[in-house]
Design a protein around this ligand. Structure first.
Ligand SMILES: Cc1cc2nc3c(=O)[nH]c(=O)nc-3n(C[C@H](O)[C@H](O)[C@H](O)COP(=O)(O)O)c2cc1C
Length: 113
C-alpha cells in the first residue's frame, strides 16, 4: 500500500483470530478514524465481511456522532447494513455513562435472534 493512500482508504496488514469469520454474529468494536472505520477493521471486513452473519457495530470516538460514512462502508463491505449500531464517545466515559450504555448494549444483544 502506497504511503500516499488517504487514511480513510488504507487497509493495513493484520493477523486475524481463527474462527471469527464463521461466527453467526460479529460484534465489531473499534475506533473511528477520520469519520470512518479504522484501517485494520477495513482490512478485516474486506477479507471476511461477505462470509455471512450479522454485524453489530460498536464504534468509539472522540465526538458523539452517528458516523454515517462508517456505516456505509460496513454496508458495502458486508453486503448489508449492521443489524445494530451502538456508538460510544469519550464523553460517555468522562460523564460516567459508559457502564449504563454497555448494560443497554448487552440487553439489546440478547434480543437479537
Ligand atoms: C488516526 C485517528 C483518527 C481519528 N479520527 C477521529 C474522528 O474523525 N472523529 C473522532 O471523534 N475521533 C477520532 N479519533 C479518535 C478515536 O476515535 C479515539 O482515539 C478512539 O475512539 C479511542 O480509542 P483508542 O484508545 O484506541 O485510540 C481518531 C483517532 C485517530 C488515532
Amino acid at each position: 500500500m502506497e504511503s500516499s493512500t488517504p487514511l480513510f482508504e488504507r487497509r493495513p496488514e493484520i493477523k486475524s483470530t481463527p474462527g471469527l469469520a464463521t461466527s453467526d454474529r460479529v460484534i465489531l468494536c473499534g475506533p473511528i478514524w477520520a469519520g470512518r472505520v479504522a484501517g485494520p477493521i477495513r482490512t478485516w471486513l474486506n477479507e471476511h465481511g461477505k462470509q455471512g452473519g450479522q454485524f453489530v457495530w460498536v464504534p468509539h470516538s472522540g465526538a458523539n456522532r452517528a458516523w454515517p460514512k462508517a456505516i456505509a462502508e460496513i454496508t458495502d463491505l458486508t453486503g448489508h447494513p449492521p443489524s445494530r449500531v451502538f456508538p460510544f464517545a469519550q464523553s460517555d466515559f468522562a460523564k460516567g455513562k459508559a457502564e449504563g450504555k454497555a448494560t443497554e448494549l448487552a440487553a439489546s444483544l440478547k434480543q437479537l435472534t
